[in-house]
Design a protein. Structure first.
Length: 389
């Protein structure tokens, strides 16, 4: 604990010297092959270190297995009270496990706890077979969901993360699936449990959380998943919330558990200290430039914002934010509420987010005579401009 606190104090001193501007963010570093820090609400990237490097994720793979399970429950296709059998395939899993046997039959809720807390491979495969019918079909579902989430640099071979050829992902892709999983209250509740027991057929299994960072008093860690193999090194996707501001860090391939935990804590502390959230667009804003309409009775239409937008910026840099509106130049007729443009928020040249602009009123299509004379007038103006040059 003292080592972690000392490292955090040193980090604070370094950041105080270099300042909290953009340069400071670039110079901040951690000893991992790949890492990322994102705002959980928006996915905005606050720190990255080779985030698209494909690496073996070890048990961080189980984030996707858990996500599919919680989504199946959400859809009513499964229930926490469903009883899950243990197949010979699940019983034979190596690596971290709670040593399930063919005699065991547990509620899905207890199987999920066994995956979240001690990262049990046998429980993970039992769930995969229960949700997907077979482990192979469940893996197909994992890869399909990964594509839906935009995880373009990910390919799963199994639901556990046990070493396998062509099984890989990236820090960025992990952040995408972690953002989805962390939305589930029950997951966050179980992810904070340090120790528990599970009653099996003929014995009581003692389970301890593999994420030792949840014991760190400096942050309220409520997820997400650890991973370790010789090939993957020590990995951790971590989540913490402070004053309604949730961050997700991903650290891949560190040399040991201490380095993994300290790097994750550094990232999260850095995020909470160096950044702030700003509401830059309010829902239903109407004081906006009118947007172009093609072939309408009127050439423009008033618009309003369809939703609000919050962005995360380095403290003291909010003055650099700017907003631009873009027309889609929709062709009439247009109905009130149709999307007619977008409002984009930038900091420098970097886009931080965008919201839809919706038509405030109906715009009927202009009759053929109006359209003809507009075309004629436009042609005349172009001709005059040509002769001027």
């Amino acid at each position: 604990m003292k080592k972690i606190l000392s490292l955090l104090i040193c980090t604070f001193i370094v950041l105080a010297i270099i300042g909290t501007g953009i340069a400071g963010a670039d110079e901040f570093d951690i000893p991992a092959k790949s890492a990322i820090l994102v705002d959980a609400a928006t996915g905005q990237v606050l720190f990255e270190k080779d985030p698209h490097k494909t690496l073996p994720p070890a048990s961080i793979t189980k984030i996707m297995s858990l996500l599919l399970t919680f989504e199946a429950i959400d859809r009513g296709q499964a229930s926490f009270d469903d009883m899950v059998l243990v197949s010979q395939n699940a019983e034979g899993m190596g690596g971290s496990q709670i040593y399930l046997s063919r005699k065991d039959k547990l509620p899905l809720s207890r199987m999920i706890e066994a995956v979240i807390i001690p990262s049990a491979n046998d429980a993970c495969v039992a769930i995969a077979e229960f949700i997907g019918g077979t482990e192979e079909n469940f893996v197909r579902m994992m890869n399909q969901r990964a594509q839906e989430l935009g995880m373009t640099d990910t390919h799963f071979i199994n639901p556990t993360g046990l070493p396998a050829d062509n099984h890989y992902t990236t820090a960025y892709d992990i952040s995408l699936m972690a953002r989805e999983l962390i939305k589930y209250d029950k997951f966050r509740e179980w992810a904070q449990v340090w120790h528990d027991t599970i009653q099996l057929y003929d014995r009581e299994a003692s389970i301890t959380n593999t994420n030792s960072l949840i014991k760190y008093s400096g942050l309220k860690i409520d997820g997400v998943k650890t991973g370790h193999t010789d090939e993957a090194g020590y990995c951790l996707a971590a989540s913490a919330e402070k004053d309604g501001f949730r961050l997700i860090s991903v650290v891949l391939n560190t040399e040991n558990m201490t380095q993994r935990d300290e790097s994750s804590a550094e990232l999260l502390e850095y995020g909470f200290r160096a950044f702030e959230r700003k509401v830059v667009v309010k829902e239903n804003e109407k004081d906006l430039p009118e947007l172009d309409v093609k072939q309408g009775k009127t050439k423009t239409v008033a618009a309003y914002t369809g939703q609000s937008l919050q962005v995360v910026v380095l403290r003291g840099t909010a003055a650099d934010l700017r907003r631009e509106t873009f027309s889609l130049e929709k062709v009439a007729p247009i109905s009130k509420g149709d999307k007619v443009g977008e409002l984009v928020v930038y900091q420098g040249t970097k886009e931080l987010g965008r919201v839809d602009l919706l038509a405030s009123e109906d715009v009927a299509k202009a009759n053929i005579f109006v359209r003809f004379f507009r075309w004629l007038w436009s042609a005349i103006l172009k001709l005059v401009e040509r002769f001027r040059h």
